[in-house]
Design a protein around this ligand. Structure first.
Ligand code: HEM
Ligand code: HEM
Length: 163
């Protein structure tokens, strides 16, 4: 999922630079982004449900402030992972263009509404920027715990939770 998400972010940033030259290249990459974005949205909801319903491994023993920082960052990562597909989808609904899911045209849910599209586009953009920053922080924290403090984080991810 991390790879899919990073690929989706890279695709989004790349495709917005494509020219509007009438060849359809820009539109077809937008459609790829929308289709995978909707798949990711569904996977993220499943991932979150799994994380909430499953018994949790006890947090690492560390200073309460660091524990709060880790919990807060993880919660924000989840919030942004939900905000991305939601703002992308709703923004596209109000754009007036039909949304295609891997070529299949989805029913039109609402008429074109430029104000809503603009607002949702900025939510999409700024959530992406925040997500990139938090992923960088998350990876730095991971590398610090795993390789500097030598705590067994990857093993924790596979560990059976307590019954
Ligand atoms: C797109 C990139 C990523 C996102 C959005 C992300 C998001 C998250 C979230 C939300 C959690 C909290 C899980 C929970 O407790 O419910 C988490 C935990 C964790 N992530 Fe990531 N992650 C990403 C990439 C990675 C990568 C590449 C690694 C390293 C291989 C990694 C290592 C970990 C570890 C070790 C934990 C568990 C921390 C603990 O021991 O409690 N993450 N991640
Ligand atoms: C996890 C899911 C998603 C991620 C990480 C993601 C990421 C991005 C990024 C980084 C950009 C470029 C920055 C920007 O202009 O906002 C972008 C643009 C865009 N995305 Fe997404 N996206 C996701 C889901 C979706 C979905 C589901 C749709 C529509 C169904 C969508 C539609 C768009 C559109 C139309 C743009 C062009 C800029 C605009 O009109 O707002 N995205 N996306």
């Amino acid at each position: 999922m991390a790879l899919l998400l990073l690929g989706q972010i890279a695709l989004g940033l790349w495709m917005i630079g494509l020219p509007k030259d009438g060849t359809g290249l820009r539109a077809s990459w937008f459609n790829v982004h929308k289709s995978w974005g909707m798949v990711l949205g569904l996977l993220i909801v499943l991932r979150l449900a799994w994380a909430l319903l499953r018994p949790r491994v006890a947090p690492l023993p560390q200073a309460p402030a660091l524990q709060r920082a880790a919990r807060g960052t993880h919660a924000l990562l989840y919030a942004l992972m939900l905000a991305m597909p939601l703002s992308g989808f709703l923004g596209s609904v109000y754009s007036g263009y039909p949304i295609r899911f891997f070529g299949l045209r989805l029913p039109t849910l609402a008429a074109r509404w430029d104000g809503a599209k603009e607002l949702l586009s900025s939510v999409h953009y700024w959530s992406a920027m925040a997500l990139i920053g938090l992923i960088a922080l998350h990876l730095a924290a991971f590398a610090y715990h795993q390789f500097v403090l030598r705590e067994p984080l990857l093993q924790r991810m596979r560990a059976a939770p307590p019954r």
